[in-house]
Design a protein around this ligand. Sequence first.
Ligand code: HEM
Length: 130
Amino acid sequence: MPRYVPPVLGPNTLLSVNTALELHDRIYQTMPWQEPASLSEKEYWDITAYLVRERGLDPMRDPLDANRAGNLRLHPGSLSEPAASAVPAPSSAAGPLRASGYVVVAIVMLIGLLGLAAGFLLRRARRGDA
Ligand code: HEM
């Protein structure tokens, strides 16, 4: 079973596809997860139309087909078309956290180095006194 299943409804979903046609093709090629392409052509179009409608968009006439789906943009409000790379990978959430971890490690190492240098200088100064 997959460890992460992305939401397909709601804000910031389906960012890897631009049109209803791309959504249909994606679902057809990869879903259901255990057995892609196992549903009928009509079922894939019905699911696509459902997802389109749930986004508040008009799938136009029923059933949806490749011609109309190709012209149906899923993210009409966005200025630039989202690319596949715009999809946040689940692990990317750890990005900023990991970065700040590196900063903490660097600071700790710097303090350690300063301590070593101070100890070295102090010892040398004492030796000089003697
Ligand atoms: C006919 C039923 C299903 C439909 C319509 C469907 C739809 C989708 C869609 C549209 C995406 C792409 C989401 C995105 O790119 O943002 C997706 C991804 C995913 N779905 Fe499904 N899904 C179905 C069944 C399942 C089942 C049964 C499972 C698991 C048991 C599953 C697991 C996943 C996983 C792991 C992903 C992310 C990986 C990938 O994009 O290939 N899905 N699904």
